[in-house]
Design a protein around this ligand. Structure first.
Ligand code: PLP
Length: 489
């Protein structure tokens, strides 16, 4: 209705409609002003950077746009695209799909695809970093630290060393005061570096060598790597149980280097050394609140940690050892210099950023440990419920335990399920599960026998969902009574 038409209306409405353009004018002016001069977007300016600086970004625009374009590729929640991934025929980055998903956008679930619970790939933390993309992104310039040298001795970033100490203090899982820190390309590199550094020097005056041992079930890398790199100074000598019994008790001059994985891979238990007088390498890969209660800070002389299980960035290949003895520290540095000249400086930069984010969120909203613990304890509880109604399969027993980090008694949240096949005829447990569409890791390689097999609980949500489905249907085939119990879950 135009104002002219409105004047056939009652007089009050007529005058109101005649003044309408005048009333609208201020609003329209305000709207135009807002469009022309939008208010500054409030965003979290990184500490130490003036907000104005953000308007002046020059050379990072293209890289940032490229990174965001890749992150925006739709992979249906069952995959993701990467900056260095393959390019599809339309020139766009293509999706890399989760196991069992296919198609351009990873939306096709392959029928009868086996649930893959084999490797310890820590992708359960991927959603955490996707949710905190802005906090954790790093821009690497073309001239970032091109030199062999860094600002710290022995090819390490002093900032990263400092932040690792702060992290241990904030989490309360290890005491680093008065101890040295060395970096490795994953903790895997540090294992052999430690064995060599702890063994007698390879000179003519020394005849004894080190016997490297572990208690079953143990992380198989210790044996495989020690056997591969066997030198004149050390040798893989198998299980602690073989040496602990009286008949094979070693002479006092025998050197033992004992790997103690706590919490243990595969069964999640907190472990102690077995052989009296052994030199112990405490592998604390899983001594973080997402996987385990932290009863008290570890104060051991040799402790090894890895970012692979802390932040989940196994790809970055970053581990560190906390060392009490200066002589061992010096030998380690010599090994790392001759072996790889230190850890990639790009990796150190990325890990520094991740560790800073983790520290900033400790015991606050969006704490990675809270996220990790919630995810893994739920996964464990679901698997436990299904297996508790089975007489054919059993799962390791882990009690609730007091955790100083959460300051409460907490349920278990182990990285792995350690399954035993209870039926006499199911001697090869991994083969039994494979028949039911579940890929697991046989207990043979953990020196625990084929009746046991390991399930990874730290992979993607898709892997976990499929694993639970397959187990549910396997257990439901047992007996009618079991079927009824499962329906109640
Ligand atoms: C007990 C244990 N230690 C060390 C590692 C390897 O760590 P990294 O990736 O740092 O070499 C693993 C990996 O699964 C592990 O389970």
């Amino acid at each position: 209705m135009t104002p002219e038409q409105a004047c056939h209306q009652p007089p009050s409405l007529c005058s109101l409609l005649r003044r309408l353009p005048l009333l609208i004018l201020p609003f329209s002016l305000l709207l135009n002003l807002l469009l022309l001069f939008p208010p500054p977007v409030t965003r979290n300016t990184p500490p130490g950077i003036e907000p104005d600086r953000l308007q002046l970004l020059t050379w990072t625009h293209d890289a940032a746009a490229e990174a965001e374009a890749v992150a925006a590729v739709n992979c249906s929640g069952h995959g993701r695209a990467f900056l260095d991934g393959l390019i599809a025929s339309d020139g766009r980055p293509s999706c890399e799909c989760n196991t069992c998903y296919r198609g351009r956008d990873c939306s096709l679930l392959l029928p009868d695809c086996a649930a893959d619970a084999d490797s310890g790939d820590p992708l359960f933390l991927e959603p955490y970093w996707q949710q905190h993309a802005a906090l954790s992104a790093v821009v690497v310039s073309g001239w970032h630290r091109m030199s062999y040298r860094t600002n710290g001795d022995n090819f390490i970033s002093l900032q990263l060393e400092t932040h690792l100490r702060l992290l241990h203090e904030a989490v309360g899982n290890a005491v680093t005061d008065g101890k040295f820190i060395v970096f490795g390309s994953g903790s895997t590199q540090l294992f052999n570096a430690l064995i060599r550094s702890l063994s007698p020097d390879n000179d003519s005056s020394s005849s004894s060598l080190s016997n490297v041992v572990a208690s079953a079930p143990y992380y198989p890398m210790y044996k495989a790597q020690t056997a591969l790199l066997d030198g004149r100074e050390f040798e893989w000598e198998g299980l602690t149980s073989d040496w602990a019994n009286a008949s094979s008790s070693p002479s006092p001059s025998t050197n033992f280097i004992e790997f103690v994985t706590s919490p243990n891979n595969p069964d999640g238990t907190l472990k102690r050394p077995v052989l009296p007088g052994s030199t112990v390498i405490h592998d604390h890969a899983y001594y973080w609140p997402h996987y385990s209660a932290i009863p008290a800070p570890s104060e051991e002389d040799i402790m090894v940690f890895t970012d692979s299980k802390l932040s989940g960035h196994a790809s970055s290949r970053f581990g560190w050892a906390v060392i009490k003895d200066e002589g061992v520290y010096r030998k380690l540095n010599r090994y790392l210099k001759l072996n790889s000249m230190g850890v990639s400086r790009d990796t150190q930069l990325r890990v520094l950023k991740l560790v800073k984010v983790i520290i900033a969120k400790v015991k606050k909203q969006d704490d990675i440990f809270d996220f990790g613990y919630t995810t893994l304890s739920e996964r464990w509880s679901k698997l436990n419920k299904i297996l508790s109604s089975s007489t054919r399969f059993s799962l390791q027993k882990l009690p609730p335990q007091y955790c100083s980090y959460f300051n409460k008694i907490r349920d278990p949240s182990p990285a792995f399920g350690w399954v035993k096949c209870e039926r006499e005829e199911d001697r090869d447990c991994a083969a039994v599960l494979l028949k039911a569409g579940i890929i697991s890791r046989t207990g043979i390689i953990f020196e625990a026998g084929s009746r046991y097999t390991r399930l990874s609980l730290i992979k993607t949500e898709d892997d976990m969902d499929l694993l639970l489905q397959r187990f549910e249907s396997l257990v439901s085939q047992e007996e009618p009574a079991v079927l009824e119990a499962i329906k109640l879950i």
